[in-house]
Design a protein around this ligand. Structure first.
Ligand code: ATP
Length: 383
């Protein structure tokens, strides 16, 4: 501790905004072009191009609206009376009631979705433990976990007795997520990155549920953290997670567009693993203003930042956040710069790259995939 370690300045070589006068509209050649989109759609027939094109175009429009001073008027401003309340004095009460009603409705909708989901899932008690696809047959052996939209089961492939995970989702959900997730996985598998789980097979069972079969991985990071002393990862493990997830993001971003948002979320995820009690932890997701104010305070007050991160990594975490704030929506981040700061934290805290992570303390050395520097960054076409 005490050794000054700061990564060299980030590179702008990959940032398409650098030196561009009209950067908001800058796009890789032909990608956002309407004619190109129809051409792709006609010859390759996918609907996904429509989705990506539309999503990005929609995001740009939203950004423009935010930046524009001419916001459309949604409603007439209220004129405050002497008491600072509505005429009847019960405006706040009414709004609170409305909020409560909304919450109740949302709760009821969630319960209905869950009920439907449970009704459609495979039923072991009725001996329903084999699932067929055109490729193979899978025997369902155990439940691995539940997500917000579906359940995950451990299965064994009959042809070679290999274990896999089967993720299913009811066919009757209003917002179906699994087909989208499967498409993303398929596209990511083409990148041959070690950071994404491989999809093996997929299908549907009657009009009950959709499923995908993928490689089985270990417990998720949250569940592992909950089993550790103080529910806390050691710094060496946080750095390991930071490194791997950063490498995964870099690979993912060869297809995806919202790089700045993703990498900022990545920073918050790592920050939470380091300081555990992030300032906005107790705030509800709906309290957007409160969360935004907390995040701003983190940036405005150096002392506060130092207090949260202490000596162990204050300088490097601040450098990363400052760099991320300088990016724009279309920037391609300098991932190596972020990684150098992560390694600087390891050097300052005398952590060796070979130290085993918390989930495998008996391992002699770390064996997982590592971040590779200076990899060519090629943005792939959306196949
Ligand atoms: N490939 C896998 N191998 C082993 N376990 C898995 C696999 N995929 C999911 N699981 C387990 O099943 C649980 C539910 O996974 P799922 O992807 O449905 O939800 P989630 O990503 O945790 O949450 P959400 O649905 O809110 O995104 C996970 O927490 C994990 O423990």
């Amino acid at each position: 501790v005490g050794v000054k370690q700061v990564a060299p300045a980030p590179s702008t070589a990959l940032d398409p905004n650098f030196g561009h006068s009209n950067s908001e509209l800058w796009r890789a050649r032909g990608r956002r072009n309407k004619r190109y989109y129809y051409y792709r759609r006609r010859y390759y027939g996918g609907r996904r191009y429509y989705y990506y094109w539309y999503r990005n175009y929609y995001n740009i429009l939203c950004k423009r609206m935010e930046n524009s001073k001419l916001q459309p008027i949604q409603s007439m401003p209220k004129t405050p009376n002497s008491g600072g309340k509505d005429k009847n004095g019960d405006g706040d009460e009414k709004e609170k009631d409305k909020d409560k009603e909304k919450e109740k409705k949302a709760e009821a909708a969630r319960a209905a979705t869950k009920k439907q989901q449970e009704a459609d899932m495979p039923r072991f008690d009725k001996g329903e433990n084999e699932i067929f696809t055109s490729k193979d047959c899978y025997e369902v052996v155990t439940e691995l976990g539940q997500g917000s939209f579906g359940a995950v089961y451990g299965v064994i492939r009959k042809s070679d007795k290999q274990s896999f995970a089967l993720k299913c989702e009811s066919c009757h959900l209003k917002k179906s997520m699994l087909p989208h997730e499967a498409n993303v996985l398929l596209a990511l598998n083409l990148l041959k990155s070690p950071h994404f789980v491989e999809m093996i097979d997929y299908g549907t069972v009657g009009d009950r549920f959709l499923f995908v079969i993928m490689k089985c991985v270990g417990k998720n990071l949250w569940d592992i953290r909950m089993t550790l002393p103080d529910r806390r990862y050691t710094l060496k493990t946080v750095l390991r997670i930071a490194e791997q997830t950063l490498a995964g993001l870099r690979d993912l971003h060869r297809k995806d567009q919202s790089r700045k948002d993703d990498i900022e979320s990545w920073w918050y995820m790592i920050a939470e693993m380091i300081i555990i009690e992030i300032p906005w932890k107790q705030k509800k997701g709906t309290d957007r203003d409160g969360v935004r104010a907390d995040k701003q305070r983190l940036r405005d007050s150096d002392d506060y930042f130092k207090f949260l991160f202490r000596k162990c990594c204050y300088e490097q975490m601040a450098a990363i956040l400052k760099y991320l704030d300088s990016l724009t929506y279309t920037s391609i981040p300098d991932y190596d710069y972020v990684y150098h700061n992560i390694t600087a934290i390891a050097v300052v805290n005398k952590i060796q790259p070979s130290d085993p992570p918390d989930w495998d303390p008996d391992a002699k050395r770390y064996k997982g995939p590592v971040y590779r520097e200076k990899q060519p960054y090629i943005v792939k076409e959306l196949e």
